[in-house]
Design a protein around this ligand. Structure first.
Ligand SMILES: Cc1cc2nc3c(=O)[nH]c(=O)nc-3n(C[C@H](O)[C@H](O)[C@H](O)COP(=O)(O)OP(=O)(O)OC[C@H]3O[C@@H](n4cnc5c(N)ncnc54)[C@H](O)[C@@H]3O)c2cc1C
Length: 374
C-alpha cells in the first residue's frame, strides 16, 4: 500500500511521541512504532522519570528544561497529572561531579537550590542517613514525571488534531531521491512525505548510518525494594533522590506504586552490541543496588519486588545529537538521549519539528559535526 503525508515519525518513545504531537500541529503526520504502545523494550517505558531543573550534566540546559516544563504544564489534565513536584534531593561529596555540577547549573539557570546539612536532611526526611560530611541540596521545583501518562497524553494530543495517524509498524528503510523521501515498512508499504523524523532510540544507527560508531548502548538495571519502615518512603515522606556515592551514582523515587522504592545506578552498565542482547537483571546486580540503598535510606527487604532492565543510548561526549542526516536532507533525528533525556522530550520534539519544517538548521551544541564526536 502507498500513502502520502507531510511528515513521518519513526519510533514512538518519548522523543517520537513529542515530535508527533508537535508535527500534528503543522501538517499531516504518520507515526510508526514497531513494538506497539507501552512496550518495555526501549528507553521510555515504566511509570516514572526524574525531572531536575538544575542539571549537573551541564549548566547550559536551563532554557531547554524551562521550555520542556512549559509544555509539560500545558499538557496537564486533572486527575492524571504528568509532572509531580515532590522535589529532588541531591547529595554527595562537595567537590564531586553531582554537587559541583548542580550548584553551577542552579546558579546559571536561576533555579532555587536549598542547601542543608546531612543531619537537617535526616530530620526532614526520616528515612535518610547520609554521611555527615556530604553536601546536601534540595530542588523544590523538581520532581518526577509519570512517564506512562506523558506518552499517552502526547499521542492523544497528536491524534486529537485529526491530522495524525499512528501505525503499529516498523520502518525497514528510508529512501530519498530528487528532494522526495519515503519510508518503507517491514511489510513493504511505502509512505512518502516531505520530511522524516527518526527517533528509534537504541536502534537509531540502523536507519541513520552517520551515527554508527558514535553511540554506546548500555543495559541499566532497575529494582523496586520494600522498606522495613514503609511510612518513611511514602510519597510526601521522601522526595526523589540522587546520591553521588563512591560505590556508584544511585538515584530513586519514593514508593509511588505500592511496589516499594524504585532505585538504580546511573553509572553506565554493560555495553551491548544490539538492543536485543539485554539479558534480565542478575541477582548480584540487584543486590548491589539494595546494599547501597539500605546504607543511605534504611533497611530494604532482601528480595526486590520487581527488577527490570532499560537501555541508555549515549554519545561519546555524553551530549544529545539532534540534527539533519548529512546524507539525506529531508531526514532529521534525535539520538543519545541517554539516562536524562525524558524530561526534555517536548522541547526536543519542538526542535525536531522545526528541523523537519526547515525552520531551523542543525547548528548549536547538539549538532552531529562537533569535536566531541570525531
Ligand atoms: C532506566 C532508565 C532511567 C532513566 N531515568 C531518567 C530520568 O530519571 N529522567 C530523565 O529525564 N530521563 C531518564 N531516562 C532517559 C530517558 O528515558 C530516555 O532518554 C528516553 O526515554 C529516550 O527516548 P527515545 O524516544 O529516544 O528512545 P526509546 O524510548 O527507546 O524509543 C524508541 C522507539 O523506537 C521504536 N523503534 C525502533 N526501531 C524502529 C523501527 N525501525 N521502526 C519503528 N519503530 C522503531 C522502539 O520500539 C521504541 O519504542 C532514563 C532511561 C532509562 C533507561
Amino acid at each position: 500500500m502507498a500513502r502520502t503525508c507531510d511528515f513521518v515519525v519513526v519510533g514512538l518513545g518519548a522523543m517520537g511521541c513529542a515530535a508527533l504531537a508537535q508535527l500534528a500541529g503543522r501538517g499531516r503526520v504518520v507515526g510508526l512504532e514497531r513494538a506497539g504502545s507501552g512496550h518495555r523494550g526501549g528507553s521510555s517505558h515504566g511509570e516514572s522519570r526524574i525531572l531536575r531543573l538544575s542539571n549537573f550534566e551541564s549548566p547550559s540546559y536551563g532554557p531547554l528544561v524551562r521550555r520542556a516544563v512549559e509544555y509539560w504544564e500545558a499538557m496537564e489534565r486533572v486527575p492524571e497529572e504528568i509532572f509531580r513536584k515532590v522535589g529532588v534531593l541531591e547529595a554527595g561529596p562537595a567537590g564531586g561531579t553531582l554537587m559541583t555540577g548542580t550548584r553551577a547549573a542552579a546558579e546559571a539557570g536561576g533555579f532555587s537550590s536549598e542547601a542543608m546539612s546531612a543531619r537537617e536532611a535526616g530530620l526532614r526526611w526520616p528515612a535518610l542517613s547520609l554521611p555527615g560530611d556530604w553536601e546536601v541540596r534540595f530542588q523544590d521545583g523538581g520532581g518526577y514525571l509519570r512517564a506512562d501518562i506523558a506518552l499517552t497524553r502526547l499521542r492523544e494530543i497528536a491524534v486529537a488534531t485529526g491530522r495524525a495517524e499512528i501505525l503499529e509498524a516498523g520502518a525497514s528503510e528510508i529512501r530519498e531521491a530528487d528532494g522526495a523521501v519515503s519510508v518503507v515498512t517491514d511489510d513493504g508499504d511505502v509512505i512518502s512525505a516531505g520530511a522524516v523524523v527518526v527517533t528509534t532510540g537504541p536502534w537509531i544507527d540502523g536507519l541513520i548510518p552517520a551515527l554508527r560508531g558514535k553511540l554506546t548502548r548500555s543495559r541499566q538495571v532497575v529494582g523496586w525494594f520494600a522498606a522495613a519502615r514503609p511510612q518513611t518512603v511514602a510519597p510526601g515522606a521522601l522526595p526523589v533522590f540522587c546520591f553521588d556515592h563512591a560505590d556508584g551514582f544511585l538515584y530513586g523515587f519514593p514508593d509511588l506504586m505500592g511496589l516499594g522504592v524504585k532505585a538504580a545506578f546511573h553509572d553506565l552498565g554493560e555495553t551491548l552490541a544490539r538492543p536485543e542482547d539485554a539479558a534480565p537483571p542478575l541477582p548480584s546486580e540487584v543486590e548491589r543496588i539494595r546494599v547501597l540503598l539500605t546504607r543511605l535510606l534504611g533497611q530494604m527487604t532482601t528480595e526486590p519486588n520487581v527488577a527490570r532492565t532499560c537501555l541508555y543510548t549515549s554519545a561519546r561526549d555524553q551530549e544529545f545529537i539532534i540534527d539533519r542526516d548529512p546524507a539525506r536532507g529531508c531526514v532529521v533525528f534525535a539520538s543519545a538521549c541517554a539516562g536524562h533525556g525524558f524530561k526534555f522530550a517536548p522541547a526536543i520534539g519542538e526542535i525536531l519539528a522545526d528541523l523537519a519544517c526547515g525552520a531551523r538548521g542543525g547548528e548549536g551544541p547538539f549538532r552531529l559535526a562537533r569535536p566531541g564526536l570525531d
